[in-house]
Design a protein around this ligand. Structure first.
Ligand SMILES: NC(=O)c1ccc[n+]([C@@H]2O[C@H](COP(=O)([O-])OP(=O)(O)OC[C@H]3O[C@@H](n4cnc5c(N)ncnc54)[C@H](O)[C@@H]3O)[C@@H](O)[C@H]2O)c1
Length: 266
């Protein structure tokens, strides 16, 4: 039975993707920072009927040792890693670059960028021995060079994630390996992420203009997870970008926004 590992999967997109993989008979490994939240997520997943199993464990992606332990535990339990998704992420407090503390800068870069880089490296080594596998990294605001006050460090990380994943795909292609990597672009998701910075350390207050845009372009993560996971399961190509909010979709959403009565912030 195939196995998927998702980082930062006790809630949000990670948990929603785990649900879809479970429905598709994958053994699902969820990992995150807090045991109680993981237990809750595991219970939700265990209620989904399928022949596969759920494993949950603590993994802080800023610690190499945690990622090593996660890989070892999955190997011991299921003997294989078919798909690994670097999903863990933190949002940035709504501050200009010069207002961020060194600790805040470290946390954003460590989780949003270095976490995915180090995990990709370690999982690549596992998959090289295994002889196959797929790794996906999650893009975000800034991946396409967009810039906005208050998202500079997050955008720096996500822009780099895009470059990093493309580079890894190129290296894999150059060496003709039987491994694929890809990017997941989830658009705007109505999750705790959009109103919480640095995990849950700081609240983000959304202004009315931002809420309006989110009401037009945003979606709940279950809808986006269904789309992404279906594409992931069927993908065999290295270097793909699986994109939920295409330009065409965004254009259509703005065009029909007069009829759109969605309000995620009631
Ligand atoms: N919400 C959005 O609008 C949006 C848009 C584009 C991309 N993304 C990206 O999608 C991914 C998931 O976002 P989400 O909206 O589901 O967020 P979320 O906050 O709901 O979930 C993120 C999870 O990551 C975990 N996490 C944080 N730091 C961690 C660490 N050091 N080690 C392990 N886990 C850690 C959190 O505990 C949380 O469970 C993130 O990479 C985010 O940057 C989000």
């Amino acid at each position: 039975m195939k196995t998927v590992v998702i980082t930062g999967s006790a809630r949000g997109l990670g948990l929603e993707m785990a649900k879809v993989f479970k429905k598709n008979n994958f053994n699902v490994v969820i990992s995150d920072l807090a045991l109680d939240k993981l237990e809750n997520a595991k219970n939700i997943l265990s209620n989904i009927k399928s022949d596969s199993e759920v494993l949950s464990t603590i993994c802080n992606v800023t610690y190499q040792e945690d990622i090593d332990n996660l890989i070892e535990l999955v190997n011991k339990t299921f003997g294989r890693i078919d798909i690994w998704i670097n999903n863990a992420g933190v949002n940035q407090p709504n501050k200009a670059i010069w207002e961020l503390s060194k600790e805040e800068i470290d946390m954003i870069i460590d989780v949003d960028l270095k976490g995915s880089i180090v995990a990709s490296k370690l999982v690549m080594n596992y998959m090289l021995k295994q002889g196959y596998g797929a790794i996906y990294n999650v893009e975000g605001y800034g991946s396409n060079d967009a810039m906005m006050l208050g998202l500079s460090l997050y955008g720096t990380s996500k822009r780099a994630i895009t470059y990093f994943t493309d580079s890894l795909a190129k290296e894999i292609a150059t060496k003709n390996l039987n491994i694929i990597v890809g990017k997941l672009s989830p658009g705007i998701m109505i999750t705790d992420f959009i109103t919480n910075a640095l995990g849950n350390k700081e609240k983000i207050v959304l202004d009315e203009k931002t809420k309006k845009v989110y009401n037009i372009l945003g979606d709940y993560p279950d809808v986006i997870a269904s789309y992404l996971v279906d594409k992931i399961i069927n993908n065999t190509k290295n270097g793909v970008r699986i994109n939920w909010l295409t330009n065409r979709k965004a254009f259509y959403r703005f065009l029909t926004s007069g009829f759109n009565k969605r309000n995620f912030f009631k």
